[in-house]
Write a protein of this length. Sequence first.
Length: 135
Amino acid sequence: MKQNPKSGLKPWKPGQSGNPAGRPQGARSKFADAACADALKHWTSGGSDVLERVKKEDPSTYLRVMFSIIPKDIAVSIEQRNGPLDSQEMRSMRRVVDVIHAAGATGIDAETVFAWIEDDLRARLAKTIEVETIA
């Protein structure tokens, strides 16, 4: 085993803890589980009444609590070009995305996929041109 040139100490073996007397595995999740159970117990015994009172008496605290319970990994971005999409347009866009995913085109560049869709639509909607033959 190589020694760390700065400290002269050997690195730990795989699976070996640097602090064997440290926090036991699962201790943090046990605490979180117990805290959630306590919060649920308090909520079911009148939490909604307290929340209503805080909303009326201290709206800033109410908002802080509401935003603190929203998961941090939610990111929403909306790009408005000619105004927001209405609900039917949003459902249509969701359906397009679902179809693309169902077809397995998720790893393909979006511009390529949209070009295919446009080409297919143009071919399907093309009008037949009557051509007169000269005899």
